[in-house]
Design a protein around this ligand. Structure first.
Ligand code: FE2
Length: 212
């Protein structure tokens, strides 16, 4: 009997990437200035002795390159949102990560917000590790699904939906935006050079109309 099998997708997840044209050298200098003025930073998803995560940046007075970058990010994320939805977004917070050898970011989400993203400021010339990872689902990613689903057939060409983890190789001047609930992480940087990025969150600017 010839079975009529119709495959479908339950929940494909969109993400977006945008190539910007920012002054990378200036942004690198400003990232080191941010670290110099806030040497302690904070400990969040960053792990490893040489993983620096700044506090939320509040003052852009001496950071003209970062200020310019944020304007571009605000434009891009609003354009992404408005391809299918209405309303203005609000940048809620942003910070930088400077990841030395051996540092990484463990899987997490930014749930409760609308969009999150990352802009790659500095990528090691000979990058080893340090890729950006998206997880379809925390539980599935933990045990790699072969244990439950079996191995793929020989010669089968893997599709995006076959992977529990999808990776993005960072490139300087590349902006990546994704829904804030998507679990993500950064692989251990195995290069001798540092990897620098700026991350951010946006939420929908909800306006209320009061009943009179
Ligand atoms: Fe994150």
């Amino acid at each position: 009997m010839n079975l009529q099998i119709k495959p479908g997708f339950l929940f494909p997840t969109q993400f977006w990437s945008v190539e910007l044209n920012e002054n990378i050298e200036q942004l690198i200098n400003e990232a080191y200035l941010i670290r110099k003025n806030d040497i302690e930073g904070v400990r969040k998803s960053n792990s490893g002795f040489q993983g620096y995560h700044s506090k939320d940046i509040r003052d852009l007075k001496n950071l003209p390159g970062t200020n310019q970058l944020l304007k571009q990010i605000i434009n891009a994320v609003n354009a992404i949102h408005q391809t299918s939805r209405q309303g203005e977004l609000q940048l809620t917070n942003f910070w930088i990560n400077i990841s030395g050898k051996g540092s990484s970011n463990t899987p997490h989400t930014h749930s409760g917000l609308t969009y999150s993203g990352v802009f790659f400021i500095k990528v090691p010339k000979e990058m080893k590790g340090g890729r950006f990872l998206f997880y379809r689902n925390f539980n599935e990613a933990d045990f790699i699904s072969t244990e439950y689903m079996g191995h793929f057939k020989e010669g089968y060409k893997l599709q995006g939906y076959d992977y529990p983890i999808n990776t993005i190789s960072p490139k300087e001047n590349m902006l990546v935006v994704f829904p804030a609930w998507v679990p993500h992480a950064v692989e251990i940087n195995l290069s001798d050079e540092e990897r620098i990025s700026l991350s951010f969150n946006f939420k929908l600017n909800r306006s209320f109309s009061m009943v009179k």
